[in-house]
Design a protein around this ligand. Structure first.
Ligand SMILES: Cc1cc2nc3c(=O)[nH]c(=O)nc-3n(C[C@H](O)[C@H](O)[C@H](O)COP(=O)(O)O)c2cc1C
Length: 317
């Protein structure tokens, strides 16, 4: 029972949820701090109560200083609006699980950095400005991570959406996929041609953040990654489409192992290369040709950014 509970708790805490919790922390920390700072400025506009009266001369280089910066009233309003109410609004939106809270939380981290940049210009170097710039940076990064992880976790591929898969027994689509992006491409191609699909399964850790770094290690060394034994009746297929992610400008490690095991078994091959950046990655196709002992018929580049695809060239039917 206890382990079931632990398992459920583990499953509940996704990467986006962890990032969102940190973002709530940052927005509350900065927002409450800014509201408190503004309240002190209104309470004592001379800045004496906060020991900030000696800073006032530094403000005199700013435009309209003779009107706006003779005391801390305007600065208090600016702080309240730019860093206070904004961050508190983002915190409320995050707590109410609104997507806009993630975006605003990240954006207000950038706003804080810009605010501190003004301080860098007018004040001498000081600890508080530097540390708050770092806080702003952390908040912006946390917001970006929450947004990216949220999109990754929301990405779904369901084989039920591809009813034509498996209706043409002569064509096989093979793929390896960590996050489901290559899988979606593989299903779409298989659905278009009525092909069978076969997923290459790595026996090393590939999922999650640790999996990413582990894959990176294999990618950097250009190693092949061990895979589950292949169960493919090669004689049944006239054509095989291999769909692979690009890892470190090269062939993904599990597909490298697949190609080694499939050497001499494929009659005609097409490749689909899925990657984050623009590029043709011709060397990836060349490596697959070399490992499979074949010359490919066609190669398609698909750029994928958090589940948004842009296809450079289609495979001909
Ligand atoms: C270890 C690793 C290295 C990567 N290296 C590159 C790269 O060099 N160039 C690129 O455009 N994308 C790179 N990517 C991004 C993937 O190619 C891209 O996100 C792809 O859509 C992943 O598909 P999948 O999640 O279905 O496996 C890398 C991904 C991983 C995990």
């Amino acid at each position: 029972m206890k382990s079931d509970k632990n398992q459920m708790q583990k499953e509940k805490c996704t990467r986006s949820q962890i990032a969102k919790r940190w973002l709530v922390f940052w927005t509350l920390f900065i927002g409450v701090g800014a509201v408190a700072g503004a309240a002190m400025m209104f309470y004592d506009p001379t800045g004496k109560a906060m020991g900030m009266d000696a800073m006032l001369p530094y403000f005199q280089v700013l435009p309209f200083a003779e009107v706006l910066f003779q005391n801390y009233v305007f600065s208090g309003f600016a702080l309240l609006i730019v860093n206070g109410l904004t961050n508190l609004t983002a915190a409320v939106l995050l707590l109410r699980k609104k997507k806009s809270g993630v975006v605003l939380g990240g954006v207000f981290g950038i706003t804080l950095m810009l605010w501190i940049c003004i301080q860098f210009v007018i004040f001498p170097t000081n600890f508080m400005s530097t540390i708050y710039f770092i806080f702003g940076f952390c908040q912006a990064i946390t917001g970006y991570m929450a947004w990216v992880f949220g999109r990754q976790e929301a990405f779904r591929v369901d084989i039920a959406d591809y009813p034509n898969i498996g209706t043409n027994g002569k064509h096989l689509v093979v793929f390896f996929s960590r996050m489901g992006y290559v899988k979606k491409q593989a299903y779409e191609i298989a659905n278009r041609f009525g092909a069978d699909v076969y997923e290459i399964k790595a026996t090393e850790r590939t999922q999650g953040t640790l999996g990413f770094w582990w894959c990176g290690r294999f990618a950097m060394h250009r190693w092949a990654m061990p895979i589950a034994p292949l169960a493919i009746d090669w004689s049944a297929y006239d054509r095989v489409t291999v769909c692979t992610p690009v890892w470190a400008f090269s062939l993904a490690a599990p597909v490298r192992e697949f190609c080694k095991q499939a050497v001499g078994k494929i009659k005609a091959a097409d490749y689909v290369l899925v990657h984050y950046t623009k590029g043709k990655y011709a060397s990836v196709a060349q490596e697959m040709d070399r490992l499979l002992g074949i010359t490919h018929n066609s190669c398609v580049n698909v750029r994928c950014r958090q589940g948004e695809f842009s296809i450079c060239k289609q495979i001909e039917k």
